[in-house]
Ligand binder design. Structure first.
Ligand SMILES: Cc1ncc(COP(=O)(O)O)c(C=O)c1O
Length: 505
């Protein structure tokens, strides 16, 4: 039941749609989404399956939703909660009083991408004398580094990772450092395969060159320390490592906070200083922003604050235990099926597998798993790495793992029986001949129709509902080089993003 007095401001009704009706519309729209609870979704959503946590986070969010992070002096509650989140993150990542990094400072951002953009901006702006700054990242680094480089006009030097290790060779990282390099980055762990880069070695080569080193622990920063406490062989990756100058960790991932919260930490305030933007040269308020947004809702921060405190240290340890065991069971399930192989032995909370030579078509397998209620994430082949299937494993998966093995075996059998997807000859020829520059919106509409993505769509009207089975689409994208994949998907998403002129739902 809705408390109408809260929604409509007491007796005053403005004549809009009734609260219950609007919420019903939201629920109707939400019913088309992938299930965010239930432990069968292996990407996008991090669910600890802790009873009451959603309600607590929503209540905390509501308390602070209208608070503005623009001015910490006007809203000290937000400052206090942000400082608490930064302190908690710093502590989890090897900083704080009594550690090798007692002066760690940080900021709360809206997500991993913002944290990485700011890490790159901070490193760039620390060197105004470098006119053409560059950053060095392994090819497995998150795409947000490429976005940061693009937004900030910083050159991106990508160091390929060996297919055998899926992590960068420190010597190759060292060789990529140039006089204009302002930042070297690595992942703990990488998103795609869940492997931890050799942070100590990479940080050492960066320090030798006098360059900052950022550890992207957006994904694993809240689980690796707990896995280590459980006795897992987690290599050093945090502020205990000399040469690590900044670390990012997303609270909306494995700290299980609702979306919109990440923390960017620096080893000390001097390293953080270039992160700030200040502007007093206009007639309005002096703008001092530590992060990209200026006005910021207090809602996600309060929700994260409540989540961290409610789960607590012992709670996170327990959730890491459950998750580790789920990862082990899922990896066993993959090993038990002929025709599949793990891309890497799990080191964190990712299970990533590919097909053996004589294995099933992976994209068909993904569809078969979807049909059985398992939502996995296909990853396209890239630079010598085969296509793979990614599972982000969260605590909510644990009660379901026993069901996964039989369903996986069944799905593999069905994928084998169905056989591999064959691109129709005209589509294969088109992808072979297409260049990103030659791609027009009209061509994409035609292509989308050919793939069953809303046959008959006119330019500007967008595609219809997505097909149940995506193997054909994935096969087509897999056949395209990265630049063409980007163009195809930009055009396609552009088709999806069009205004609805009536009321939704
Ligand atoms: C390692 C890593 N870095 C950065 C990001 C980007 O985070 P966000 O999606 O919150 O912007 C992700 C997201 O999965 C990630 O796994």
């Amino acid at each position: 039941m809705i408390d109408e007095s809260r929604v409509a401001g007491g007796a005053l009704s403005l004549g809009g749609v009734a609260a219950e009706e609007v919420l019903a519309a939201v629920r109707r729209l939400r019913s088309a989404d992938r299930p965010t609870h239930g432990g069968r979704l292996f990407a996008y959503v991090y669910d600890p399956a802790v009873p009451g946590l959603d309600d607590l986070a929503a209540a905390a969010h509501r308390e602070s939703a209208h608070v503005n992070g623009l001015d910490p002096t006007a809203f000290p509650s937000l400052l206090a909660m942000e400082n608490a989140l930064v302190g908690a993150a710093g502590r989890v990542l090897g900083g704080g009083p009594g550690t090798a990094a007692p002066d760690v400072v940080g900021s709360v951002t809206s997500g991993g991408t913002e944290s990485l953009i700011l890490a790159v901006k901070t490193a760039r702006d620390a060197h105004p004398e470098i006119t053409a700054p560059r950053i060095v990242v392994p090819s497995t680094a998150h795409a947000a580094f490429a976005k940061a480089a693009h937004y900030l006009r910083v050159a991106l030097d990508v160091v390929p990772v060996p297919v055998t290790t899926l992590r960068p060779d420190p010597a190759a990282m060292a060789a990529a450092i140039r006089p204009e390099t302002v930042l070297v980055a690595c992942s703990a762990p990488s998103y795609a395969h869940g492997v931890v880069d050799p942070v100590a070695e990479v940080a050492a080569v960066a320090a030798d060159a006098g360059v900052r080193c950022h550890v992207d622990a957006c994904f694993g920063g809240w689980t690796l320390p707990y896995l280590r406490r459980l006795g897992e062989p987690v290599p050093a990756f945090d502020f205990a490592v000399p040469g690590v100058t900044s670390i990012s960790v997303d609270l909306h991932k494995y700290a299980y906070a609702p979306k919109g919260v990440s923390v960017l930490l620096h080893r000390n305030a001097a390293l953080r200083a270039p992160q700030y933007f200040a502007y007093a040269d206009w007639p309005g308020y002096t703008m001092i922003n530590p992060v990209i947004a200026s006005t910021r809702s207090g809602g996600p921060i309060a929700a994260a604050y409540a989540t961290l405190r409610h789960i607590g240290d012992a709670g996170y340890l327990r959730l890491a235990t459950v998750t580790r065991d789920a990862v082990a069971s899922l990896a066993d399930a993959v090993r038990a099926v002929d025709g599949l192989r793990l891309m890497a032995e799990p080191e964190s909370t990712v299970v990533c597998f590919t097909a053996a030579e004589d294995g099933p078509d992976l994209f068909v397998l993904v569809d078969e798993l979807t049909e059985r209620g398992w939502h996995t994430q296909p990853q396209l082949s890239y630079a010598g790495l085969p296509a793979s299937v990614h599972l982000t494993v969260t605590a909510a998966v644990a009660p379901r793992v026993a069901e996964f093995g039989p369903d996986l075996a069944d799905a593999v059998a069905a994928a084998r029986a169905a056989g591999p997807v064959r691109l129709p000859a005209e589509l294969a020829a088109l992808v072979g001949a297409l260049t990103p520059e030659a791609l027009t919106p009209e061509l994409v509409v035609g292509l989308a129709a050919g793939l069953g993505l809303g046959a008959g769509s006119e330019p500007g009207t967008g595609p219809g509902p997505l097909p149940e089975r995506m193997a054909l689409v994935n096969t087509l994208l897999d056949a395209a080089p990265p630049a063409l994949r980007e163009r195809l998907l930009v055009e396609f998403v552009g088709l999806l993003q069009r205004p609805t002129w009536g009321s939704p739902g």
